[in-house]
Design a protein around this ligand. Structure first.
Ligand code: 11C
Length: 340
């Protein structure tokens, strides 16, 4: 016996990955529906060896469906997630809309799986921002051992975090650089992304930070520990898929780099690749399509008392979005919505 699952936003990058991952992880499904906005209506999407036709989100009745994985923008989420939830379907939402709602759990299963049980207040569970999800998977086992005081993180985020138009912009701008007359002006991003880096993700906040940087701070506190101080600089780089992060951590207790490496080797969801030689680390290209959060370059930071540096890379469409959502569905099934 399985679950009746709805994927909302099934034609987008994250929605398609959700379908791939439901299939790859053999999530127990009795029935599946794929929904899209009217604009993409009738588009076909693959699910394992089946082809599914999208149905109209606006007209869909969620009554009798168990779980809805939402991968649409905040506007559509605002309209349809409460509708699905009120019709008795548990929403796992990938947008930022509900993440900081005190009545909605924000979950990364390797870190705070039990928080899933808080879904009953609104029938909604939030999926964190991609850059937060991969980072807290790495921080959690180290925090358990030596208590993190402060994190300084710089991100190198791929264009797939923005969406399909951004992927096209990077591709076309890159090609256009070599063909006179076919140069492509920036449109998705405020500056050229091909062969460049842009220190700006999401909107600017009053304090001069960006919302992406703010999300990393507040989401880490909600998922892992409110006492952790975190400062971030989030940067867009000309990479299609895979977010990278240089993370500097200050602990309350001393943590030796070799012990940190051993702890991370044992940690759920983590893969350590850390040889001190050329190529002995992971880059975004190798992480695409993988489930793991990869950690490399683990080393002491001798400029502070209890400091460590590391490099963290993961597929932002997977651990940062679709995989984490499916893992939440798995935990929900094990802890609450038991079937069979
Ligand atoms: C990016 N992290 O790479 C963003 C995408 O709050 O879910 C995800 C935005 C979010 O642009």
């Amino acid at each position: 016996m399985g679950y009746k699952v709805v994927v909302v936003g099934a034609t987008g990058n994250v929605g398609r990955e959700m379908l791939n991952i439901l299939d790859e992880r053999a999530f127990p499904i009795e029935e599946i529906a794929v929904l899209a906005s009217r604009r993409s209506l009738g588009t076909e999407v693959s699910f394992g060896d089946r082809t599914l036709k999208t149905q109209d989100l606006a007209a869909f009745d969620f009554t009798g469906w168990d779980i809805a994985l939402f991968a649409v923008g905040s506007e559509a989420t605002k309209e349809y997630a409460p509708k699905a939830a009120s019709q008795g379907c548990v929403v796992i939402d990938n947008s930022s809309l509900y993440r900081m709602d005190p009545d909605v759990p924000l979950v990364v299963p390797e870190v705070n799986a039990d928080a899933v049980l808080g879904y009953t207040k609104k029938n909604i569970i939030a999926n964190p921002n991609c850059s937060t999800a991969q980072m807290v998977v790495a921080l959690k086992p180290l925090h358990d051992r030596a208590k993190i005081k402060r994190v300084v993180v710089s991100t190198y985020q791929s264009v797939s975090g923005t969406g399909k138009d951004a992927i096209d912009e990077l591709w076309n701008q890159t090609k256009g650089m070599y063909v006179p007359g076919q140069e492509v002006a920036p449109s998705v991003y405020p500056r050229q992304i091909a062969f460049n880096v842009i220190p700006h993700i999401d909107v600017f906040m009053e304090d001069g930070g960006t919302k992406e940087e703010w999300k990393m701070m507040v989401e880490t506190k909600k998922i892992l520990d409110p006492s952790i101080k975190l400062t971030a600089t989030c940067v867009r780089v000309p990479v299609f898929v895979g977010h990278s992060e240089a993370i500097n951590i200050e602990f309350e207790e001393f943590l030796d780099e070799d012990e940190a490496r051993d702890i991370l080797r044992e940690a759920p969801g983590v893969m350590v690749i850390d040889k001190r030689e050329p190529g002995g680390y992971v880059t975004p290209v190798e992480c695409v399509g993988d489930f793991a959060t990869f950690i490399s370059r683990i080393r002491q930071d001798s400029t502070i008392e209890n400091g460590l540096n590391l490099w963290c890379v993961s597929d932002n469409l997977r651990k940062g979005a679709a995989l984490n959502a499916v893992q939440i569905a798995e935990v929900l099934g094990q802890k609450a919505l038991k079937k069979g």
